[in-house]
Design a protein around this ligand. Structure first.
Ligand SMILES: [Zn+2]
Ligand SMILES: [Zn+2]
Length: 272
């Protein structure tokens, strides 16, 4: 009886030990790993992760890339930012949500390899603007149910590591997520606004007069981050709110596929 009960446990243990002791193939490129590591990805995949954002036109606030000048208003601001004057001050990203960087984020988040937090945080540090002053670093919070499913909040591990290495104080309790919102991609501008309403909770004056730097893995539409920023300002008392992410989804391609006519219309109106 004991043998049958131990069987599965032994298999699990054996799997664990062999994974720790014998290098596997890199989960990103498939090449055999050269050394034993808790990170199942080769150094080259991390070093070559950058998928630079190349664009002739970029919003001066969120740095979203655009195909032409008409998508930006006279101040160089895109429609999404113009519609959210109390949204994010700035958004910085390490690279495009594509190629190796996208794969690394998937391994980290969906294959739940939390040991990737340290090397990914180094990429965030590379993208941290040197000429800006930040008072606190805060992670984008996950709804508790999602955190429970994943076992960790990917933004929290990154934010802690960036705070530790940059010396900027870490504040894990600035924002609370009280509602699990649906995915933002593919929704119209108005639907995104409704979708993010009431998602976060903030304590009054918790960030009084501070420049808050939010950390997240991917910036997609920016609507969720903008709603967090608005709340941190209005209720939390923050003077400025910016975000640093590993990757940003390129809205140019989303627009080419044509799912968001209202955003296109607003952008043209803003550019006119
Ligand atoms: Zn690799
Ligand atoms: Zn913008």
């Amino acid at each position: 009886m004991a043998g049958t009960a131990l069987g599965p446990a032994r298999t699990v243990l054996h799997g664990l030990f062999s994974r720790i002791l014998f290098p596997d193939d890199c989960r990103c490129c498939g090449q055999p790993l050269q050394k034993i590591s808790r990170i199942p990805v080769c150094q080259e995949c991390i070093d070559l992760a950058a998928c630079p954002i190349e664009a002739e036109f970029q919003c001066v606030r969120c740095r979203a890339p655009f195909l032409n000048r008409e998508t930006l208003n006279d101040d160089g601001i895109c429609a999404a930012c113009a519609a959210e004057p109390e949204g994010l001050d700035y958004a910085w990203s390490y690279g495009n949500y594509d190629g190796r960087l996208r794969r690394l984020i998937h391994i980290y988040k969906y294959e739940r390899v939390d040991t990737l937090a340290a090397p990914l945080a180094r990429l965030l540090l590379d993208a941290l603007p040197r000429d800006e002053q930040f008072d606190v670093i805060a992670p984008m919070p996950l709804h508790w149910r999602k955190r429970w499913d994943r076992g960790f909040n990917q933004s929290e591990l990154l934010a802690r590591a960036v705070a530790e290495r940059s010396g900027i104080p870490y504040r894990g309790n600035l924002l609370r997520r009280v509602k699990a919102s649906e995915a933002q991609a593919g929704l119209s501008f108005a639907a995104r606004q409704t979708n993010v309403r009431g998602v976060f909770r903030v304590t009054r004056n918790i960030a009084q007069g501070q420049h808050v730097l939010l950390i997240d893995d991917v910036l997609t539409t920016g609507a969720t981050a903008a709603s967090a920023a608005r709340l941190l300002r209005r209720t939390g008392g923050a003077s400025r709110v910016s975000i640093l992410t590993l990757a940003r989804a390129d809205r140019r391609y989303a627009w080419r596929q044509g799912p968001d006519p209202s955003a296109g219309k607003k952008a043209r109106a803003a550019g006119a």
